[in-house]
Design a protein around this ligand. Structure first.
Ligand code: NAI
Length: 328
């Protein structure tokens, strides 16, 4: 199969090429994100391979169909960027990588939480400048704190087990409770009211869009820490800024941001940041942001490459790929 790989970076190109060496698909790599303006790059390709910030809306999918593309292989778990109804209408098969390493994401959530709480970025920068002062570096013990986990699927489940190891009290909110986790399931309002730390591990759906908004942030325990390694639009960004400014929130550790597309994954260091809300978030001493890197471990990249190329090979052989979201 000839595959147009969009939003390519050195790290995913390397793992895809290495895995493809023994398979032999023709992979055409493009740095551009897939959107209606760039869809023509897929001319002559049977499939497109896309990531989290590509835009597969009605207009883009319509162009792909006209070009003769038949398969959309997502090299990620979340699929909120795809209009699945339109894909069905245009006869496009859509498949994803439902699980590549829940450990990668859950461990990054814990890394962010620890770094934010113990002020590691500040401490690191100080020591590099021979400033060995401890002023302003007071954190808190995680032991004994209440952690609210929103979504206890694969990643939330791993996160729960890690936090249990710290000696935290774990509350969880999920319409599909699991019996194998050390958590107490509660209602969303109870989780908001009792948690010292809230970590989001739900997919972005209509029901979860702006799960944390002006109203729900006001229901959190004062000084609560928010961790979001899931999808940016689970949090209303301006409401987050206001809750941090007022002290309602004690801190936010974010791997994702509502308007991250076109910003995250790119080196914009020579430019002026145009997003004022992001610029304000970056300016807070109690906010720590990484650029959607929670998935970025060697193990995850290999799993992503193997599953994605397995999907493409199955489709080429006329077999319905595993992990399909839209099957024709
Ligand atoms: P999963 O499908 O295993 O778990 C999601 C859980 O959310 C399920 O238990 C489901 O019942 C629950 N849920 C659904 N709707 C809910 C609602 N309205 N309220 C509360 N719970 C609800 O998904 P997984 O693998 O744990 O991934 C979670 C999310 O993490 C993905 O959807 C994706 O957005 C994000 N992710 C982020 C990555 C990153 O690099 N930052 C990498 C991989 C995933």
């Amino acid at each position: 199969m000839i595959v147009a790989v969009f939003d390519t970076h050195r790290f995913d190109r390397a793992s895809l090429e290495e895995t493809n060496a023994g398979i032999g698909h023709e992979l055409r790599f493009f740095e551009a994100r897939l959107e209606s303006k760039t869809a023509q790059l897929a001319a002559g390709c049977d499939a497109v391979c896309v990531f989290v910030n590509d835009v597969l809306d009605y207009a883009t999918l319509s162009i792909l169909q006209t070009l003769g593309v038949r398969l959309i292989a997502l090299r990620c778990a979340g699929f909120n960027q795809v209009d699945l109804k339109a894909a069905q209408e245009f006869g496009l098969t859509v498949a994803r990588v439902p699980e590549y390493s829940p450990y990668a994401v859950a461990e990054h959530a814990v890394a962010l939480l620890l770094a934010l709480n113990r002020k590691l970025p500040r401490a690191y920068n100080r020591v590099r400048e021979s400033n060995f002062s401890l002023e302003g570096l007071v954190g808190f013990d995680l032991h004994g704190k209440t952690v609210g986990i929103v979504g206890t699927g694969k990643i939330g489940g791993v996160f729960a087990r890690i936090m249990a190891g710290f000696g935290c009290r774990l509350l969880a909110y999920d319409p599909l409770p699991r019996a194998d986790l050390p958590v107490a399931y509660v209602t969303a309002p109870q989780l908001l009211a009792e948690s010292d730390i809230i970590s989001l591990h739900v997919p972005l759906l209509a029901a979860t869009h702006h799960f944390l908004n002006r109203e729900t942030l006001a229901q959190t325990k004062r000084g609560c820490f928010i961790v979001n390694t899931s999808r940016g639009a689970l949090i209303e960004a301006q409401a987050l800024v206001d809750a941090l400014k007022s002290g309602q929130l004690g801190g936010a550790a974010l791997d994702v941001y509502e308007e991250e597309a076109g910003v995250f994954f790119h080196d914009l260091s020579g430019q002026l940041l145009q997003d004022d809300v992001l610029a304000r978030l970056i300016s807070f001493p109690n906010v720590l942001i990484t650029s959607h890197q929670a998935f970025l471990t060697k193990e995850a990249l290999i799993n992503i490459a193997e599953t994605t190329l397995g999907t493409i090979s199955a489709f080429a052989a006329g077999i319905v790929p595993e992990n399909v979201l839209v099957r024709l």
